[in-house]
Design a protein around this ligand. Structure first.
Ligand code: GDP
Length: 501
């Protein structure tokens, strides 16, 4: 039977906007929260929420790392349990009293054109100490602002894409999210998305009502609109901090910085500079002359020039480090973004970084990770073979082998949930691999050994991977809407599409 969106939201204990966000993600159309949705969709939503709840649980409880061949480090990687465990440690409130405070890491999100870039630019212009003349600062993905209340680190890629990619790999980099809302436009679709992302990550929010210099600015309307989302500004008796600002005139920006420091204080952010190192890749690029330049956010411990770092199945030795202002540095402690020269492969944003005592230790960690990955792959192929041996003689059972790729753990689990119910006595579905991120050449190899089809949801394959699939005759398809992907699976199950080999 059909269910109204708002009553489902109430039943499941989530707000209406969260529900609409999920429906948007599924590609389900609706008119309003009073619209009805199908029972199938209701099941899907339950699974997504359950998966999200599981995702919010300790990182060590996450799915095993997806396989990654060293050559594809830039296209996909899931965190290995080894490094995630250390990265989450710093968010634990029960820090020993001697562990010092660290600077907050802030991300700015909001609707397009509401002024995210302008606000970042204003803060950078006024709060970042100018380097000597001629020192043109490169964009490294983050910068450090010096305020009267201390250091604040800003993630320099506005919008929730950066936030989502990093979080999709199980890392939480931002401590505080600034939601920018233009006073002349109020809440827009991406504002809701940004709020949903911050809420899902349980990152405290501060709302900056921007463009208050405009004559048509209406800050009160923004506040009222926020109230409709159950986000009640302090002055209306709630606990949401709302700061009117203008990225153009600078009005209110000082207050905003002060509120950031206050929120950071309440969060009691601490990290031990003397503890074991852990960090996260913010971004990386390949410079024609210098080689791979990766920005790492130090979360715990201290990095030194000469240290060995391990990312996924790659390692590197730090040849040189620069701070976000472009100055050469020898070491970097917690909450410091540093650009590192020394990796041979460009790591992807969100990947966890660990350190190793020396080159030998780094190689050992990598060998162990590669062997774990192969074990997982082999076990899947083995299981598939055993299944065939078991089912084969019984007669008509067919197995459809799939490799699944999706943008988030939530959609991945939702898809698997639906697939599980599609199996019949005649046709079995064998998911060889379910991973977050774009499909890799490793996936294509796996698909060709196991005769599998690669289905991608909300991620696409890089050109090289696509070409390789074509050459090997592997079916590789991308979908933006879950139902279309399921339709494809139905076709595969009916056998109307025979894989081409
Ligand atoms: P983003 O897409 O959120 O990064 O928005 P931008 O920073 O690119 O700003 C979009 C437009 O709004 C630009 O034309 C800015 O000059 C303008 N803008 C941003 N902040 C302010 C502000 O505080 N006051 C006024 N009047 N215009 C602003």
């Amino acid at each position: 039977s059909k269910v109204r969106i708002y009553s489902l939201a109430k039943d499941l204990g989530v707000d209406n906007n969260k529900m609409l966000e999920i429906l948007d993600g599924l590609g389900v159309s609706y008119k309003s929260v009073s619209s009805t949705i199908e029972e199938d969709t209701v099941d899907l939503i339950r699974e997504i929420l359950a998966a999200e709840a599981a995702e919010a649980a300790p990182a060590s409880a996450q799915a095993p790392a997806a396989p990654m061949a060293p050559a594809q480090a830039e296209t996909q990687a899931a965190p290995t349990p080894v490094s995630t465990a250390t990265a989450t440690a710093e968010r634990e409130p029960a820090a020993a009293p001697e562990v010092p405070h660290r600077a907050p890491v802030v991300t700015i999100m909001g609707h397009v054109d509401h002024g995210k870039t302008s606000l970042l630019d204003y803060i950078r212009k006024t709060k970042v100490a100018a380097k000597e003349a001629g020192g043109i600062t490169q964009h490294v993905g983050a910068f450090e602002a010096q305020t009267s209340k201390g250091r604040i680190v800003f993630i320099d890629t506005p919008g929730h894409e950066a936030f989502t990619t990093i979080r999709a790999r199980g890392a939480n980099v931002a401590d505080i999210a600034i939601i920018v809302i233009a006073a002349d436009d109020s809440l827009m679709p991406q504002t809701r998305e940004a709020i949903a992302h911050a809420q899902a990550a349980k990152v405290p929010m501060i709302v900056a009502i921007n463009k208050v210099d405009l004559p048509q600015a209406d800050a009160d309307r923004v506040k009222t609109d926020l109230t409709q989302l159950n986000l009640v500004p302090e002055e209306y008796g709630g606990d949401l901090v709302v700061v009117p600002v203008s990225a153009k005139t600078g009005e209110g920006v000082e207050d905003l910085l002060e509120y950031i420091s206050l929120t950071a204080e309440l969060e009691d952010l601490r990290a031990d500079p003397k503890g074991p190192f852990s960090g996260v890749i913010i971004e990386s690029r390949v410079d024609r002359q210098a080689g791979v330049l990766a920005t790492v956010m130090v979360q715990e411990g201290t990095l030194h020039v000469g240290d060995f770092l391990v990312v996924g199945e790659n390692y590197g030795k730090i040849k040189a480090m620069t701070d976000s202002g472009g100055g050469r540095i020898k070491e970097a402690g917690p909450s410091t973004p540093v650009q590192i020269l020394g990796f041979s492969e460009a790591p992807s944003s969100g990947e966890q970084v660990a350190s190793a005592k020396n080159e030998h230790a780094a190689r050992e960690v990598i060998a162990q990770r590669a062997s774990n990955r192969r074990d997982v792959e082999n076990a899947r192929i083995q299981r598939k073979k055993t299944l065939e041996e078991m089912m084969g003689p019984l007669g008509e059972t067919r197995t459809v082998n799939l490799i699944l790729r999706a943008d988030t753990q939530g959609s991945l689990e939702a898809i698997q949930g639906i697939l599980a119910r599609k199996e019949t006595d005649e046709v079995k579905i064998n998911v060889l691999l379910a991973g977050i991120g774009s499909p890799t050449e490793g996936d294509v190899l796996l698909a060709s050994t196991a005769e599998a089809t690669i289905l991608c949801f909300s991620v696409t394959a890089a050109g090289g991977v696509k070409k390789m699939a074509e050459t090997k005759g592997i079916d590789l398809k991308s979908f933006r809407i879950i139902y279309e992907m399921i339709d494809e699976v139905d076709r595969l199950l009916r056998g109307t599409i025979e894989p081409v080999f």
